[in-house]
Write a protein that binds this ligand. Structure first.
Ligand code: 6BE
Length: 642
């Protein structure tokens, strides 16, 4: 089944990388360039009163253009959905990056923080406030460049940035005191407070104000008192204190932050707050796109510079990005479905959604194409009768930007045909990216007992213990096997789809995995299930996966999350040297989650975590606690716990 007809032929939709309340973000490939994109999908029916937020976010994203703000490429609206095509940030959330490293060094924190400040200063300069700054809303691209996301709460007061706002929003742990009090506030200064919390989280690996009880959390925020860890430098402490000033009038401003000694330390270049030149004329990219469409460069540019957030705009942005990376500006020819209404049996007219590109005289062909069966295709001006309301047609129409073809058909008949301008070619290689999840691999909160600090730490330990050099080497071997697997093995096997066996992980999948020294999958999952039950967490078991859900606070909706814990076999390359006696027969495994068949048999069981929805810090705590509890149980002899 084609899930999203509107994307067909333009984007390949791959796995889900994140879910929010009303949006889902999937990994995708922009077919013309072969570049990865993030596709945010929202079902209109589920939006309800969130629609204004969506519109606000789109408006902001169309206006903002900065190297540290996640770029908007295309907006597709159908009768059922919004598809928002955005820049792909392969490094995932900054939150995960902090968690994986426990905390960041001052140098790295400074590098990241400067990028955040530059984006925030830029958006403030245009009269916007983000209002939901937190490490979950900061992503990393392939070059460790930060990108701000989630402008759904951003505000642009009519009277400019200096106007007071009233709506309370954002995540409570990052909320400034004036927000907590429901007072009028300045968008800019609440962003500064959140940046203070964020810098603290970078340097400490945990939050300055935290409490599972929302009232206590608010009390802490209002008091403005937090612990200053001993390992933090005096300069860092002082800088954070300036941002975490309870009285917004005493709080440092963004302008002051830009030139603050902590920021400028050791660096000559000032923070760059200038806009990104993305909506600029780039001859090479225009030429590449014009050639691709078979039109002249001037017409192509005239069309592009209307910045309509259509497929051509996405292609242009992605070409500019390829150019920056010194990659060839080649474009793939795509197969598209195009709805066409033929006006008469003899005249073939095709709706081309590029009105700028049409000739002065409607009947002069723009270009001619001959397709396989020698049907001559003539593209003329877009004087095609609009199609009547029909959901399917709308879905298709919404995305079609170009397409060429026709056939003999009765007047008025609507035809859908797959149009091949040239044989389709795919640039895309099999997807090697691991699964996404913002998870704790080490203890970073001081108020919970985590695996790293319990006496059981030998039982459950994180795989980040594998030396990174070894991981790199193994990773590359695994990748080659993986590539072969993707080519040779069908995607799903009966066994894995029925979840009769735990999956076998590849080395690159290990970053969200805790290992056990137990080799009985059934036993481990039962223990996990018990630990969840003891914590009072609802869970649902399917095969070797457990889905758990923590309800958010009913009043504040704060702190809820849903997550998945999956029992899996670890690749024996890492662990089999230690554990060798038990051999579990595992056949081919492969599914949406990139499973693979490891030739020799792994023995050790791992527990893979994944956040499905909700508050990242809440999820981190829950996982830490459940895993610590399970670790204690796994240490006991098996018999005692049946
Ligand atoms: C605009 C929201 C967005 O995401 C993670 C990855 C790749 C791309 C991380 C783990 C594989 C790649 C092993 C919201 C939320 C899902 C973080 N609004 C995005 C854009 C967006 C998400 N990505 N790129 C853009 C993204 C996240 N992984 N690794």
């Amino acid at each position: 089944m084609v899930r999203y007809a509107a994307l067909k032929g333009f984007y390949e939709v791959e796995k889900t990388i994140g879910c929010g309340g009303f949006a889902k973000v999937k990994m995708g490939t922009h077919i013309a360039t072969g570049e990865k994109v993030a596709i945010k999908i929202m079902e209109k029916a589920a939006l309800n009163d969130e629609l204004p937020r969506v519109k606000l976010e789109l408006q902001a994203l169309k206006t903002l253009s900065h190297q540290h703000i996640c770029k908007l490429y295309q907006v597709i609206e159908t009768s059922m959905h919004y598809f928002i095509i955005m820049e792909y940030c392969s490094g995932g959330e900054l939150f995960d990056h902090i968690v994986e490293n426990s905390k960041l060094s001052e140098t790295q924190s400074r590098m990241f923080f400067k990028q955040i400040v530059s984006a925030v200063a830029y958006l403030h300069s245009l009269g916007y406030a983000h209002r939901d700054l937190k490490p979950e809303n900061v992503l990393l691209d392939r070059n460790q460049n930060l990108k701000l996301i989630d402008f759904g709460l951003c505000a642009k007061p009519e009277g400019g940035a200096q106007s007071l706002l009233l709506t309370s929003c954002g995540s409570p742990t990052y909320a400034a005191p004036e927000l907590v009090l429901g007072k009028q506030y300045l968008g800019e200064s609440v962003d500064v407070w959140a940046m203070g919390v964020l810098l603290y989280a970078l340097l400490a690996g945990y939050l300055p104000f935290d409490d599972t009880n929302i009232d206590s959390l608010y009390k802490k925020i209002l008091s403005g008192k937090y612990e200053e860890p001993v390992f933090m430098s005096q300069e860092s402490r002082k800088f954070i204190r300036q941002m975490l000033q309870v009285d917004p009038k005493k709080r440092i401003t963004v302008k002051e932050i830009l030139t603050h000694p902590w920021i400028t330390l050791g660096v000559l270049d000032p923070v760059d707050t200038s806009p990104d030149c993305i909506k600029c004329y780039d001859k090479e990219c225009v030429v590449a796109l014009a050639r691709y469409h078979g039109v002249n460069n001037e017409d192509m540019w005239r069309h592009l510079k209307r910045w309509r957030y259509d497929y051509d705009m996405a292609t242009y942005f992605l070409l500019m990005d390829r150019k920056k990376r010194k990659l060839p500006l080649k474009l793939n020819i795509m197969a598209t479905k195009l709805p066409i209404r033929v006006k008469s049996a003899d005249t073939i007219k095709v709706h081309v959604n590029l009105p700028e590109l049409t000739r002065k005289s409607a009947n002069l062909p723009l270009c001619e194409n001959t397709v396989d069966n020698n049907v001559k295709v003539i593209i003329t001006s877009p004087d095609v009768t609009p199609l009547k309301d029909n959901v399917d047609i709308k879905e298709l129409k919404a995305s079609h930007q170009n397409g060429f073809k026709l056939n003999k058909a009765k007047a008025g008949e609507v035809k859908f045909e797959t149009i091949m301008r040239k044989p389709m070619k795919r640039l895309r290689s099999p997807n090697l990216d691991g699964d996404y999840s913002p998870i704790p691999t080490k203890k970073i909160l001081n108020d919970v007992t985590s695996s790293a600090s319990t006496p059981d730490s030998k039982k459950i330990k994180t795989c980040s213990e594998t030396p990174s050099s070894a991981r790199k080497v193994l990773g590359s071997i695994e990748r080659s096997i993986h590539l072969m697997k993707n080519v040779l093995t069908p995607k799903k096997t009966l066994e894995s789809s029925q979840n009769l066996q735990p999956i076998v992980l590849t080395n690159k999948d290990l970053f969200n995995v805790s290992t056990t020294q137990c080799n009985d999958a059934e036993f481990v999952i039962n223990e996990l299930e018990k630990a969840l039950a003891r914590k009072g967490i609802d869970c649902h078991r399917k095969g070797f996966r457990l889905r758990g859900k923590m309800e958010p606070n009913t009043l504040t909706k704060f702190g809820g999350c849903s997550f998945e814990l999956e029992i899996c076999y670890l690749p024996n390359m890492v662990t089999a040297s230690k554990v060798s006696s038990v051999k579990t027969p595992i056949k081919s495994t492969s599914s949406e989650m990139e499973r693979m068949n490891v030739p020799s048999v792994p023995a050790t069981i791992g527990i893979r975590r994944k956040r499905l929805k909700g508050d990242a810090w809440c999820y981190k705590k829950v996982c830490e606690q459940v895993l610590a509890l399970t670790a204690t149980e796994l240490r006991q002899p098996k018999e005692s716990s049946v």
